[in-house]
Design a protein around this ligand. Sequence first.
Ligand code: SAH
Length: 232
Amino acid sequence: MAQVWAEDGLHMGADFIAEPDDITTAKMQFFLALRSRGVNDPRVLAAMERVDRGLFVRGLFTARAYEDVPLPIACGQTISQPSVVGLMTQAAEITPRDVVLEVGTGSGYQAAVLSHLARRVYTVDRHRRLVAEAQGLFDHLGLGNITAMTADGCYGLPSAAPFDRIIVTAAAEDPPTPLLAQLKEGGIMIVPVGQSDAVQGLIKVTRSAQGFDYEELRQVRFVPLVEGLGSE
Ligand code: SAH
């Protein structure tokens, strides 16, 4: 498609073609970065191709939306690094029947990716402003299988529990007990664990009839999971 634009644009001046070409190149680099960092599950890559990260980054940082870096969003929070979103989603082994809880809606980007893989996605954030902005994007994109709510995710979402999968996108000092309790048998939870000012371990928790198995996947750096609701 880029080539068609470029050929048509030749006699219309460089300005006309500059933006689409730049964006196309940036998006190609975005997917190359995902693959080179280990995101190789075709279903996860296909879901990520359906979600334009540029819509989830506002203001000054929109120009960097297709770089594989975390970026600031409102309320002093961050949209996660895309390759980490991909690796967490891949590790969660989501199937089309799954009901998923995400703790930490943030920009809504991760929830939008999950919405293309799961039957239903519940996402909670302690900042109601972030939930409202993310809900606006979900509506705009027609992602009707996401329910976004303002809530303290340390306690999970008892009204919709239990969950097949839980993805926590803020770092806890330990996997919160209420979240473990809301994970179905056979379920998987992905959670960054560690002090907020240090490198954290990304943990995959698998629940079986015998109990919980813990596997450390890699090192990550997330904003902290904070108890209670935010002021905005
Ligand atoms: N998944 C997001 C990135 C989240 S950043 C995205 O795709 O953009 C982490 C988020 O966790 C922040 O928005 C922060 O407000 C939220 N958070 C921190 N502690 C929380 C808690 N106890 N309950 C719910 N959300 C929490």
